[in-house]
Design a protein around this ligand. Sequence first.
Ligand SMILES: Cc1cc2nc3c(=O)[nH]c(=O)nc-3n(C[C@H](O)[C@H](O)[C@H](O)COP(=O)(O)O)c2cc1C
Length: 330
Amino acid sequence: MKILKLMDRGAKILGSKYSILGGAMTWISESNLTSAMSNAGIFGVLASGAMNGDLLKSEIKSTKEKTKNNFGVNIILVNPKLHDLIDICGEEKISHVILAGGIPDKTLIDEIHALGMQAIAFAPALSIAKRLFKHGIDSLILEGSEAGGHVGPLSSMILIQDILLNMVGYPIFIAGGILRGEIIASLLQLGAVGCQLGTVFACCKESIAHKNFKMALLRASGRNAVTPVQLDKKFPIAPVRALENIGTEEFVEKQREVLAKFEKGEIALDNGRLSLEHFWAGALRRAAQEGDIDRGSLMSGQIVEIIKEERSLREIIDTVLREAEEFLSK
Ligand SMILES: Cc1cc2nc3c(=O)[nH]c(=O)nc-3n(C[C@H](O)[C@H](O)[C@H](O)COP(=O)(O)O)c2cc1C
């Protein structure tokens, strides 16, 4: 197959059959989904989210029980247990650590290499991509703002032109707003080594996400997957792409309330910021695991526009490969 040839380099980097990563999704990418991804031939990534070392260890072990294939672990840089989590990955002989939620420094990359693992990070700009490769990062993911979850300001299309096309030859994966095989094949032709998909896997049959969560995503259109409105620069809001719901409306109200209190001198800047930060605490778990689609965080990418049914991983991957192959054979 032509597509497999194009995927060859990325698949070798990941140690998987296809050079597609199943993007980590906190509270969703646990052992069942991650192992199912790896069993289906893509590179499953376990989301460590806010886990501590013990929890991660047991998730890694239970993933290994369900698959003999390779998988990676996604670690958020701000996790207070960051170094413990990296140590556990080393002990468990994980092949790749995917560092999210910030730009890793050289020391951290070296720490991962010293444990025999590859380090993958996200680059939101060309200068950062160049610096990360200089610091020894093994591969990069360019994730456009169409993606679900925490996003940067630039779309995939801009990152592709700014970074990928200026760094052809470097091991770069693309994420954000990707589903069809034609796009994946085109990105590989442009020099990417593979792609990372997230939202579509949150909605697949093997995903443990609550049925309410899946239904909300399957029924949504792309325009419903928004980043939150920020009322005032003094109170910066993390750009997290999620479906609009009662919670997102109440969050605007909450900002209004905090802003009014701050202007009246009733609340300090730091406390106001903290109360806004706390607003979404536990909200993804409430939506994804408990099914609270009204006030939970329905993180999802704009790609929900074209995800309309709950399919199995096998169906999703087979379709992608078929579309890519037909495109390449034209
Ligand atoms: C519900 C949800 C949770 C996510 N959690 C994480 C996370 O914990 N760590 C991370 O690096 N990316 C996270 N992401 C981003 C995905 O790993 C992936 O990069 C993204 O979904 C790809 O774009 P797409 O949604 O357009 O397919 C999350 C995405 C979603 C939809």
